[in-house]
Write a protein that binds this ligand. Structure first.
Ligand code: GLN
Length: 544
């Protein structure tokens, strides 16, 4: 066994307490002290990955460089730590069972009854230790999805119990995140739900080492003493996690509470240096003290749930801070955009982003939106489906190819300007079969994309089945919409832009997956800058 130490993060009382943010914040602090830390998320659902889930179910599906479709918490890990995650960082019950069943079919357990304990729990333990055994990390933080007491989580909790025992003292600790609710009628914070959830954990043989308590009000000393005594943790291991105005405040709040110090002490590791958070602080300073404001419309069909576009919203925070601009994102439902409503919904915006998506619902509103942005010269960024809509709009309204469409929406469209790739045509399985992960893209000289990236070859992450149809490339380019980025191996078009328009770009890939606090994505940075320029020019024109 490598020398790696393990921190397990469990949750109690309710879901949605932000285990991912606490895990990412703790990892950030450990990283800032000079430790190599990574995070893993174990999800107790039976889907093999979240790729087949509707965003309304579980929020955005995040994609890693190696093409894994993963939980959106991995996005937080990358954004906080600025390190790449991979397939190994997200494991679901579906994947665990799939692999155990495959082994059973191969005869690896020949003669044995295959059971949750030990076969499923062993598989979980193996998956937890893959990252640790790679030798790349000093500390692996494993977040167990769900809430203790859930039927689904039981095998994970048992695997953690066994692993804690196998790892031995000071090599593994459990951080338990709970809620300390405020009862306004009584005017009091209540500790009982936390006591119960710690007890539930105990019944499974796990003792929490550190309690992180989500709360709307400060925990008094008395309350901390009480929690320590009744939950059987040291006084300094009762950590308050008070509601913050931004998730990016959480690492500093955890630092002030000493979460990293207690964790290191329990793992018998030295504190090393005081966390170096200079760049983080500089980012927060810019984020909280913007000099300007822009309003950007995010046009999509999953807008009712903010988590559906998590990475895009976070990318705007990074790009806004970089430009010292507060980016107000106005989410607009594409289904309700039509000729009658468009002016009202769109004309005041300083920039328009047409979002990724699947299926037919709401696409005509997206096409109308692109047209408005193109004709009124409003800065425009189309991502994935948004880029495809830009091509369709151009084909219909500039080239006059009436009813041009993607074969995803209308199979027998007369002008399939967006079509299925040849190698996708025989695929019928839905899970994990799209064009996924990082692919190379070459940027043409003298293009806006090349200017923005400042490099000739980039790597960006993909998640789609349909592509710009090469058959229409010449015709579309001749009419003015230029293909300025392409895949050097397949020739597939990855970027379109409109010279003559102040800022109009559509990208087949997802830039939002790669934006981090330490390294805001250049495309978002340039988009926000273009929106600000547009706003200033619009204002000076009205004044004149
Ligand atoms: N539905 C489109 C495709 O599969 C776009 C996907 C996306 O926006 N991620 O190609």
């Amino acid at each position: 066994m490598a020398d790696t130490k393990y921190i397990f993060v469990t949750g109690g009382v309710t879901s949605s307490l932000g285990k991912g943010i606490i895990a990412a914040s703790l990892a950030k602090l450990l990283q800032a002290r000079g430790y190599k830390a990574t995070i893993q998320k174990l999800d107790p659902y039976i889907n093999v990955d979240p790729g087949t889930l509707n965003p309304y179910e579980h929020g955005e599906c995040y994609v890693t460089d190696d093409g894994a479709e993963t939980d959106l918490d991995l996005g937080h890990y990358e954004r906080f730590l600025n390190v790449r995650t991979s397939q190994a960082n997200n494991v679901t019950t579906g994947r665990i069972y799939q692999s155990v069943i495959e082994k059973e079919r191969k005869g690896e357990f020949l003669g044995k009854t295959v059971q949750v304990v030990p076969h499923i729990t062993n598989e979980i333990k193996e998956r937890i230790q893959i990252l640790g055994n790679s030798g790349e990390y000093d500390i692996v933080i494993t977040e167990i999805g769900g809430t203790v007491g859930d039927i689904e989580s039981l095998p994970y909790i048992e695997a953690v119990r066994q692993l804690m025992w196998e790892l031995g003292d000071n090599n593994g600790i459990v951080v338990h995140l709970t809620l300390v609710p405020f009862l306004s009628a009584a005017g009091e914070l209540k500790t009982k739900p936390t006591q119960h959830s710690v007890k539930t954990l105990m019944e499974s043989g796990i003792k929490a080492d550190i309690l992180v308590c989500r709360t709307e009000h400060d925990l008094s000393d008395d309350l901390r003493e009480k929690l320590a005594l009744f939950c059987n943790v040291r006084r300094e291991a009762v950590i308050q996690s008070i509601d913050a105005s931004t998730i990016y405040d959480v690492p500093k709040l955890m630092l002030a509470e000493g979460l990293d110090k207690v964790a290191l002490k329990k793992l018998d590791l030295p504190e090393k240096n005081h966390p170096d958070l200079e760049n983080w602080d500089a980012f927060l300073e810019r984020h909280k003290n913007p000099k300007h404001e822009v309003t950007i419309g995010l046009v999509g069909k999953y807008v009712e749930l903010q988590d559906s576009y998590k990475s895009i919203l976070e990318s705007f925070i990074h790009a806004g801070a970089e430009n010292e601009v507060s980016v107000k994102v106005e989410t607009i439902h594409s289904e309700y955009i039509d000729e009658a409503t468009i002016k009202n919904k769109i004309s005041h915006l300083d920039g328009i982003l047409v979002a990724p998506g699947f299926g037919e619902r709401g696409i005509e509103g997206k096409v109308d939106t692109v047209r408005y942005a193109r004709e009124h010269k409003i800065p425009f960024l189309g991502i994935c489906l948004g880029m495809q809509m830009a091509v369709i709009e151009f084909a219909r309204n500039v080239l006059g190819l009436k009813d041009a469409n993607s074969t995803e929406m209308v199979q027998d469209t007369p002008y399939p300007v967006i079509d299925l790739m040849e190698e996708q045509k025989d695929i019928t399985d839905k899970g994990g079969t799209m064009r996924l992960g990082a692919w190379k893209c070459v940027l043409k000289e003298n293009s806006l994309a090349r200017e923005i990236y400042g490099e000739e070859t980039i790597m960006e992450r993909h998640r789609h089945r349909y592509e710009f149809n090469d058959k229409y490339k010449e015709q579309i380019e001749a009419a003015g919409l230029k293909a300025t980025g392409y895949n050097p191996d397949t020739g597939l078009v990855e970027i379109v832009e409109l010279p003559g328009h102040p800022w109009f770009i559509g990208v087949q890939y997802h830039p939002e997956y790669k934006s981090t606090v330490a390294s805001p994505h250049p495309l978002f940075v340039a988009f926000v800058k273009a929106a600000l320029k547009y706003k200033k020019e619009k204002n000076s024109a009205t004044l004149a």
